[in-house]
Ligand binder design. Structure first.
Ligand code: SF4
Length: 477
């Protein structure tokens, strides 16, 4: 996979709807400013956004192959001392359905993954104050002893910030404390960090929805430390709730700026990592406190001409909005549908000119929107998972078998390819032995819907055969 290249120049006076300018952005010859991105998001027809996002994707990834990975989500604990209002997964330690997996249970799950050709685990949990540093080190060492070839993609930034609080490591700055913990986990077997817990970076939104979770600066600093240790990471965004459109641009702007920094510093002699991927998905409301907030447009006057969604009234491109600018801020959600999702994803491809991979989030949007997303800037269909514990707690999600995933990619006009964590291709399914071309009876491979758990129901690991999904949810973390 190619390294990120030089930063394209900005042309702040260009009209973002000028097709010549958009063509330059698609070629990587011009960079959108945040103001242009917001204007583009609001004014451009969906098909225009899609056309140029697709052109940008083809510039980076070519015309033929679109990818997926076989990995397994392992949520090692649901005990969490944060109280994010969008989360249906967390439990207090004394709740009847709180759990922490034993290392042996985790090893068993990885063995099942390896048996079907999986290459990576995505391991995240709640922020559980009862687990000491030695628990994590022993777990990672045990995994690497038994499964040295399995890539361990684990512990997103909010977990690291809580590790700092729980373990009280030496260091005079947050960065030094994070580094102290991360070096020990890396030496025990941690390979890379997932981008969970990004949500929306702007503090007015984050303070409302991410109760007890780290702020943007801490999130981005954690990823920067990982990059300086040579690790590759991903970034995420959860939208379609109380945020304004400018908050989405501000969020992506911060990712782009820190990626620029990582690229600049990659000329040092020491290995330097960076963000490999960006994945955005809409908020899933079932069983969450945030999901009980009224939808925008349901109250008198909210659809009148001139009415402004509270999130838009507060949001600023510098992330420094005043939550007092609208009395209903945080009390209305503006849910995202298919077009808003595709617009957001397409814009992320055009704006994040220094991020290699944009992932389609079909887990929440459904397989056919995911398929369309491959023509709106996404190059990757996410992960083939073997279990799902989190997304299904917050709403209905979809699970697909590997053959169906390959078929979706092929019917979208591409050749499916299995990739590894750094986006190198492991297998290209162009021949007759491809997973989708070996299927005789498609009735056994219909997309399954995972129905929402209620808060009263015992949490279940939804055990599946080989299922596909990106690492998206209302994230844990
Ligand atoms: S999203 Fe993560 S950090 Fe927030 S409450 Fe849920 S498990 Fe805890």
């Amino acid at each position: 996979m190619p390294r990120p290249t030089v930063t394209p120049p900005e042309a702040p006076h260009a009209d973002p709807l000028d097709l010549g300018f958009l063509a330059s952005v698609a070629e990587g010859a011009a960079r959108l400013t945040p103001e242009q991105a917001l204007d583009l998001f609001r004014r451009a027809p969906l098909t225009t956004l899609g056309r140029y996002a697709d052109a940008r994707c083809r510039t980076l990834h070519g015309d033929s192959i679109r990818t997926y990975i076989i990995d397994r989500n392992i949520n090692y604990t649901n005990i969490c001392n944060a109280r994010c209002t969008f989360c249906a997964f967390r439990r207090d330690g004394d709740e009847h359905d709180a759990y922490t997996l034993e290392p042996g249970q985790i090893h068993e799950k990885i063995a099942q993954l390896v048996a079907i050709g999986g290459t990576q685990i995505l391991m995240q949990g709640g922020m559980n104050p009862a687990l000491p540093l030695d628990w994590y080190i022993t777990l990672l060492r045990g995994i690497k002893e038994r499964f040295p070839k399995v890539h361990v993609h684990a512990f997103s930034p909010p977990e690291f910030i809580e590790f700092v609080h729980f373990f009280d490591p030496p260091g005079s700055t947050l960065e030094a404390k994070i580094r102290w913990v991360m070096v020990r986990l890396r030496d025990a077997g941690l390979d890379s960090l997932p981008g969970g817990g990004g949500e929306i970076f702007a503090s007015p939104v984050r303070r409302k929805i991410g109760l007890g979770k780290c702020d943007a600066e801490a999130w981005l600093t954690t990823m920067y430390v990982a990059h300086t240790l040579g690790m590759f990471t991903s970034a995420t965004m959860m939208f379609g709730h109380i945020e304004g459109h400018a908050d989405r641009i501000h969020h992506m702007r911060l990712v782009r700026e820190w990626q620029d920094r990582a690229i600049r510093e990659s000329s040092r002699p020491e290995p330097m990592g960076h963000y490999k991927a960006f994945i955005a998905w809409p908020f899933q409301r079932e069983n969450t406190p945030l999901g009980r907030v009224k939808d925008w447009g349901t109250q008198p006057g909210e659809l009148d001409e001139g009415a402004v969604f509270p999130g838009d009234a507060v949001a600023r491109l510098d992330g420094d909005g005043d939550p007092r600018s609208h009395a209903e801020f945080g009390r209305r959600v503006r849910r995202s549908g298919a077009t808003d999702y595709l617009r957001t994803q397409a814009l992320s491809r055009l704006f994040l000119d220094n991020i290699y991979s944009i992932g389609a989030s079909w887990v929440t949007m459904g397989p056919h929107i995911g398929q369309v997303a491959l023509n709106y800037g996404a190059n990757d269909m996410g992960s083939v998972m073997m279990e799902e514990n989190v997304v299904s707690a917050a709403g209905t999600t979809y699970c697909l078998s590997e053959p169906v995933l390959c078929r979706l990619i092929r019917e979208a006009g591409f050749i499916p390819g299995q990739r590894d964590n750094v986006y190198d291709l492991l297998r290209v399914h162009s021949g007759p032995n491809s997973p989708d071309r070996m299927v005789d009876d498609w009735s056994k491979h219909r997309a399954k819907r995972l129905h929402a758990q209620t808060l009263d129901s015992k949490p279940t690991s939804v055990q599946l055969t080989t299922q596909a999904g990106s690492a998206t949810s209302n994230s844990i973390l």
